[in-house]
Write a protein that binds this ligand. Structure first.
Ligand SMILES: [Zn+2]
Length: 76
């Protein structure tokens, strides 16, 4: 017997809406630096500037100034 649609949606809603494993956060202050999508890092800055960059990615945290590096999407 197939699972009714509404039950599947309830099961899915127990998960967080965003996949946090894709988020790249500062190692010191946990500020969100970027989000990895489709094998690239999506960086978003003030005033609507957005960048898609390939790995490895190095960026300075705008919160605390720590230099952060990520070599691939599988970083934890
Ligand atoms: Zn920081």
């Amino acid at each position: 017997m197939p699972t009714p649609d509404h039950q599947r949606q309830v099961a899915r809603s127990t998960r967080p809406p965003t996949n946090h494993s894709n988020e790249w956060r500062c190692t010191r202050c946990d500020k969100l630096l970027g989000v990895s999508r489709d094998g690239r890092m999506h960086l978003r800055f003030a005033r609507g500037h957005e960048y898609f960059v390939s790995f490895p990615v190095v960026a300075t945290c705008r919160g605390c100034g720590t230099l952060n590096q990520v070599t691939d999407t599988a970083q934890r």
